[in-house]
Design a protein around this ligand. Structure first.
Ligand code: ADP
Ligand code: MG
Length: 270
């Protein structure tokens, strides 16, 4: 008997042009419920455009997008979003920032507060409930933004280069932090990055894109066991999968340099 899979997101033959520029060309893929899927590719290959179309913030020129079986025709609700900048409100404490989404929905309850505190503990933010954003480091602010996106336990989380503004060392740690937070609830995640190692570390599936025109080049299943700790970076399968993604992007995999790349923390953000 075939395994029944629940599809959280379906992208079918989606394309988008800006004038004569083809930003996304006929993209198709599906994301299963509870799956962590990354879109990886160099700058300008259409990753953000694709994510915005899923959120209903940009209309596709053609094709169809369905979230939880429903066609996306405008901005979708029930979605958690994390951007490159954490966009916390400076006059609210960290806890109040995380609770903001519940306040906006008009129903902050004791359960929300409880969940916010649990998420903060998972994200290593305990003790900073009453600190203001300017008292947090960049990495802590971004972890708070991730907690906020998870607070209402949305069926879909969209993340657009959430670690892109962080320094290399913080960025590497954030990958492991995110994995830990995600493992506790396993929400469906669509995660955009230009870091190959970040994508392999975090994902169940990687959608590899190339630019001009923005096109899906490969879809790679990551069969590394979870949880993945720092030793996974040295795992032969990790190196093999990274090379395949790198090859799909068109960066070549025949240089033999990938073993060096994954063991060098500075390369993590490349
Ligand atoms: P990525 O996120 O992969 O860096 P984007 O999705 O932001 O790529 O952009 C894909 C291409 O579409 C780029 O060439 C970009 O300049 C172009 N583009 C994105 N948004 C717009 C827009 N609103 N108007 C015109 N061109 C755009
Ligand atoms: Mg982008």
């Amino acid at each position: 008997m075939r395994r029944r899979v629940s599809i959280a997101l379906e992208i079918a033959d989606v394309h988008k042009t800006f004038g004569t520029l083809v930003a996304v060309e006929r993209a198709s893929f599906a994301v299963e419920a509870n799956e962590f899927v990354s879109i990886v590719g160099p700058s300008g290959c259409g990753k953000s455009t694709l994510l915005r179309m899923v959120a209903g913030l940009v209309a596709p020129a053609g094709g169809r997008i369905r979230v939880a079986g429903r066609e996306v025709t405008g901005p979708i609700r029930d979605v958690g979003m994390v951007f490159q900048a954490p966009v916390l409100l400076p006059w609210r404490t960290t806890l109040a920032n995380i609770l903001f989404v519940a306040d906006v929905a008009g129903k902050t309850t004791a359960e929300h507060r409880e969940r916010a505190l649990q998420l903060m503990a998972l994200a290593g933010l305990s003790g900073f409930e009453h600190a203001y954003p300017h008292e947090l480091s960049g990495g802590m602010q971004q972890r708070a933004a991730i907690c906020r996106a998870l607070l209402l336990n949305p069926p879909l989380i969209l993340m657009d280069e959430p670690f892109g503004a962080l320094d290399v060392m913080t960025r590497e740690r954030m990958g492991f932090e995110l994995q830990k937070i995600w493992a506790a609830s396993r929400n469906t995640v669509l995660f955009v990055t230009h870091s190959i190692s970040e994508a392999v570390l975090l994902s169940d599936t990687i959608v590899v894109m190339t630019p001009r025109p923005g096109r899906i080049q490969d879809i790679v299943k990551v069969d590394l066991p979870r949880p993945r700790d720092v030793s996974v970076l040295e795992h032969p399968r990790f190196i093999e999968l990274s090379a395949r993604v790198r090859g799909g992007i068109g960066m070549g995999s025949e240089t033999g340099s990938h073993a060096k790349v994954v063991s060098d923390p500075a390369a993590f953000a490349q």
